[in-house]
Design a protein around this ligand. Structure first.
Ligand code: DX5
Ligand code: ZN
Length: 221
């Protein structure tokens, strides 16, 4: 068994009770808090920005894993760092200067991640591996929670696992993760799983806890 990080996505939380929802997934066993930032430009949906992250930051000590689905990203990196992001992930497709973006995130003292949309080849990260703390493989087209997992991405996860080798880079997978596919995703090489609807489909912290535990058990089996 390997130790998996489970990162519930607050995109699926009840935004009217966001503070309570953060507290609930904290006590329910979330390892990281995944924050999906969408700009209505890079992806066809708008979610929330740095001010919301800043407001919820004091509610938990857990790692804030901030997934930026915005273009351009560079003008906003400092704001997300100041808001309390621990990991800042930009999309490889979001701009022409990925190497510069990753350098900027590390210069702000944060962990640097790159995310790949389903149609983007694994080779997109080949020349930035030494600037990365995390790779995020999207297993849905980004923009919405509750979509179905794309099996086509399992081969990409395995290839990126091999590219990472023994570097200290986490391999995160995001989109359509459930207790039913977590084992296959882990077997392909993922060590960090994002789950939105599969965690928040419950109504109580106890249900969130059993949802998180079921994904973890399946992935660590
Ligand atoms: C999709 C987001 C995901 C999403 C996951 O654009 O990046 O993090 O919230 O939600 P589920 O687990 O419901 O697919
Ligand atoms: Zn995400």
């Amino acid at each position: 068994t390997r130790e998996m990080i489970i990162a519930p996505s607050i995109l699926a939380a009840d935004f009217a009770r966001l503070g309570e929802e953060i507290a609930a997934i904290d006590t329910a066993g979330a390892d990281w808090i995944h924050c999906d930032v969408m700009d209505g430009h890079f992806v066809p949906n708008i979610s929330f920005g740095a001010d919301v992250i800043k407001a919820i930051r004091p509610l938990t000590k857990k790692v804030f894993d901030v997934h930026l689905m915005i273009a351009p990203a560079d003008p906003y990196l400092e704001a997300f760092a100041k808001a309390g992001a621990d990991v800042i992930t930009v999309h490889a497709e979001a701009g022409p200067h990925l190497d510069r973006s990753l350098q900027a995130i590390r210069a702000l003292g944060r962990k640097a991640g790159v995310s790949l949309c389903p149609a983007t080849p694994d080779s997109a990260i080949e020349y930035v591996l030494d600037r990365l703390d995390l790779v995020l493989v999207m297993t849905v087209n980004p923009g919405f929670g509750g979509q179905s997992f794309l099996d086509s991405q399992l081969a990409k996860i395995a290839r990126i696992k091999a590219m990472i080798g023994d570097r200290p880079i986490r391999l995160e997978v995001d989109g359509g993760i459930t207790r039913d596919n977590a084992a296959a995703v882990a077997a392909a090489g993922a060590d960090t799983l994002v789950a939105g609807s599969a965690v928040f489909r419950g109504k109580s912290a106890a249900e969130y806890a059993s949802n998180i535990a079921a994904i973890r058990t399946a992935a660590e089996a």
